[in-house]
Write a protein that binds this ligand. Sequence first.
Ligand code: MN
Length: 719
Amino acid sequence: MSQALKDNKIEEPQEKLIRRLCSILENYLERLQIDKVVAAYNYARLAHQGQFRKSGEAYICHPVSVAILLAEMRMDMHGIIAAILHDVIEDTRITKEEITFEFGELVAKLVDGVTKLTKIDGKSRAETQAENVRKMFLAMGVDLRVIMVKLADRLHNMQTLEAMPPPKKRRIARETMDIYVPIANRLNMNEMRHRLELLSFKSMYPLRYKILKQAVKKARGNRKEIIETIENSIKNRLNEVHLESDTVGREKNLPSIYKKMQRKKISFSDVFDVYAFRILVEEVDSCYRILGGVHDLYKPIPGRFKDYIALPKANGYQALHTILSGPYGVPIEIQIKTREMHRISESGIAAHWLYKDKSNRNFQAQANEWLRELLEIQQYAGNSLEFIENLKIDLFPQEIFIFTPQGSVIKLPRGATIVDFAYAVHTDIGTHCNSARIDKQLVSLQTPLENGVTVEVITTSWARPNATWLNYVVTAKARAGIRNYLKHFQQQEAIQLGQRLLEKELQDLGLSLNNIPQKREIQLLELMDMNSMDELLEDIGLGNKMPFLIAKQIKQDDIYAAVKLENNEGVKTPLTIKGTEGMVVALARCCHPIPGDHIMGYFNPGKGIVVHHHECNNSHDVRKKKTTWLDVEWSEDAGGDFSTGIRLEVMNQKGTLATIAAIISKMESNIENVNVVNQDDKVSVDLITLSVRNRIHLANIMRQLKKLPIVLKLTRIKA
Ligand code: MN
């Protein structure tokens, strides 16, 4: 390309746009500030090089157009630069850090804020979620410039929606209606609201838009005469009473005509045959005098007067509204307000630096002043509760809004962590949460959440709440959930342990907990005097009942005969014991069974198993109760000392007990107790409790004792 051609080339659209932006900025920014804006333009232009909008124009045209929309609202330099850079983080390789380096922390923060909002919009499809998404926006945009850049971004996207395929067009329009229009309304930016609303309506209902537009055009012609008549009589009337004012005819916009038709189920002409006027004055005082003037001119319709000056709307909107019965009986809607009120209702927050504040104070100070003034208006008006509540929620948020992976929005207090979120989704998710991903990054449970992130909770079946969680949860639901769990922790663990123990025993018998017929379960619980299976399992888990015994009881019923045959289990395997099981296996004190003995056990509720020698008299009684006894046998590796008892008839002479004790000691046994039960001159009957390793050990001891001449009779005590 030759130099001449380059110099004379046709101006690119983006160059035209930046020139226009600069010419608007010249009205209120310093030369130096405008230079910085141009520097940002060059930076963004390079960053977006090679990117194009759907319409075919260079991508940079979009951010510059957004900046122009904001410049028309007299956005400050930082806001304008943020607007120019608003898609750079999202769509190019440039990072927040680089923007900080080039344009400072404030601009970087604003761009980052807009990027986050961009990630959120369109995430949630559910209409019911719209209110939460709106709140999230407002909560995130603590710096109102972020919201304003986002609103302007959306407005420009709506203006250039034509290039999009119809389904996407409709979706974006719906989203604008659900999220951005209410935000603009909340900030009392009515001009922005009306523009967004009209564009959404046009994209969502192209045919209705067209028909309504034609209808309005046609009606406008018919109405012209009557509007002029009314306007003139109002003007004359107000001149008569010497009230300085502007009166303008007002036409409802298409979306509100449509909404009214739908809401009230009335025809177009019923909506449109209302003649609306706006009267603007300088002083608040004049509003009421004008009201008197127009009420004098036309008869007011009772019950239709609204004093939004004394009682402003939640977004700070102020005006007097009244409806009059006009000539030929047509209804006339009148709005009376000061010019200041009108500007504020058109631009909301933007009104401040647009018209009022000519000083160089920074944005936040102005925003704060705006908020304070709204508060003052409200306080002046008296009933300000709802308004202050709205303001608190929206602009000084104590709340954060978090996305689930499915796109639902969960509201949480500031400072909430993953655990709070998990419990907020569902108690089960809270109970089993193990870790989480925030925007795909793995994080730990105590991670505090930031507004607008997507959190995917990772649960595992074995994860359980623990007491330290209480240190980093802030919601009542999570706190209660954790406490509740900890309270029942022992119980649940016991039930699970009991279940495992019983299941294992049942498996050894070829059965399973799942296959126990309900009838049998009821029988079992009745027998055990238990109210529920959980109660029984808990008891097993706590060691109060032996799982193998319960398993056997389940099995011993005849209904399992078939199962037994199937598993070829004609011979019952006895339960093996070591005698060292502790509390749950007790050796009977009546017969003192020792390893090597034939033994049998019986179940003693609440105590476990008591093991008897099979010849013990007590065991005979137990055996009659079919369900509570079981076969047991000694384990081959049963070790340790076991108490047992012998009965001796010895000659009653000096030194007899010492001789016996010496033999027992020599045989590596200990006498635990000696009880002399009967004694005469010649014979003494002694019951001796001694400790032995097993039956053979005892037999050896007894053989040695029998050799003693003083021993007349020796027997083991078995009952
Ligand atoms: Mn954009």
